[in-house]
Write a protein that binds this ligand. Structure first.
Ligand code: PSU
Ligand code: MN
Length: 306
């Protein structure tokens, strides 16, 4: 039988063997989401935040045909500063693995890796989702589809605000993905505390969230649970400012004929530019703040495990 090579960082492997808490993290946000050197600084702060929450971080990537579960500081620095590392989503993963290639994992492919590695929690700032205009472009992020397949709880600040968040929520409902907002009645909008959309459930008790994740796993249903954590007030961007920048970025993408795989990065960069870097700052801050909550939730889940 063909098996997928997985290289675990020692601490991650030891913690998993003991049934201790580990939080999986993506690497595409390091290589494509943020610019050097902010990407390195942020990735290391995200790892520190997971630890502060009481869990062990495992940043995931693909290197020379092996899935790496847990990157050292040097690995992160190397990945963050090396140009041309490809974005690897779920559908690209088998191609890159079989070719012995390398790449940065998105939310979707990180979920595949986390499940293979037996890590029940994953954390990032913003999920991919249903793009605005998807009724004609059909552009729906694989992140959402993967969420219906991989048994991994996802802690995030909602989905990226450049998306159609209403359609994203509809999609998650249709696909039976439980969505819980932590500390808010609303589904957050990544840069902003609220998307204006009510969340189907609000739970403020972290032990209860851990029990919900355990209950979902026990039902035998495939897929994960979304735990949406709003950005802290001091990190959030004013919604009107963000919306204006997003509208302009989408118009610009149309003019430049940008669509498909590179669209998310293009829009995020254009919005950052239009807001004078405010959204990039919020992106970094929210990655860190959600990681700490993710670390606490994974720790609560491991404590409650029978
Ligand atoms: N660009 C960014 N930040 C990100 C991403 C891209 O500026 O975080 C990412 C995440 O890795 C997410 C992926 O999983 O984009 C979704 O891409 P798409 O919308 O193409 O499915
Ligand atoms: Mn897409």
């Amino acid at each position: 039988m063909h098996t997928i090579p997985i290289a675990y960082e020692d601490e991650v492997l030891e913690t998993l063997r003991e049934g201790g808490p580990v939080v999986a993290l993506e690497s595409n946000v390091i290589t494509h989401g943020l610019k050097y050197p902010h990407n390195v600084e942020t990735a290391l702060k995200v790892e520190a935040a997971v630890r502060k929450g009481g869990s062990v971080p495992a940043t995931i990537c693909v290197e020379n045909g092996t899935i790496r579960v847990g990157m050292s500081e040097r690995d992160i620095e190397r990945f963050a500063s090396m140009p041309g590392i490809p974005k690897v989503s779920s559908r690209d993963l088998p191609v890159v693995l079989a070719q012995g290639g390398s790449g940065a994992t998105t939310v979707a492919s990180s979920l595949v890796a986390a499940e293979l590695a037996g890590i029940p929690f994953f954390c990032s700032a913003g999920l991919g989702g249903v793009h605005r205009g998807a009724e004609t472009s059909m552009d729906i992020s694989s992140d959402l589809i993967q969420l219906t397949r991989s048994k991994v709880a996802v802690v995030c600040a909602g989905a990226k605000m450049i998306l159609d968040l209403k359609l994203t929520m509809e999609y998650l409902e249709t696909q039976c993905v439980p969505v819980i907002s932590y500390g808010s009645d609303d589904f957050p909008a990544f840069y902003c505390a609220s998307s204006g959309i009510r969340s189907p459930h609000r739970v403020d008790d972290e032990d209860l969230i851990a029990r919900i994740v355990a209950a979902h796993r026990a039902t035998g249903q495939p897929g994960g649970v979304v735990i949406a954590v709003p950005p802290r007030a001091e990190d959030a961007v004013d919604a009107a400012t963000a919306e204006t920048a997003i509208d302009e970025a989408i118009a610009q993408a149309k003019r430049d004929g940008v669509a498909g795989q590179g669209l998310t990065k293009y829009l995020m960069r254009a919005v950052d530019k239009a807001t004078g870097g405010r959204t990039a700052e919020a992106n970094m801050a929210v990655l860190i703040s959600t990681a700490e909550v993710g670390g606490r939730l994974a720790a609560a889940h491991a404590r409650n495990r029978p």
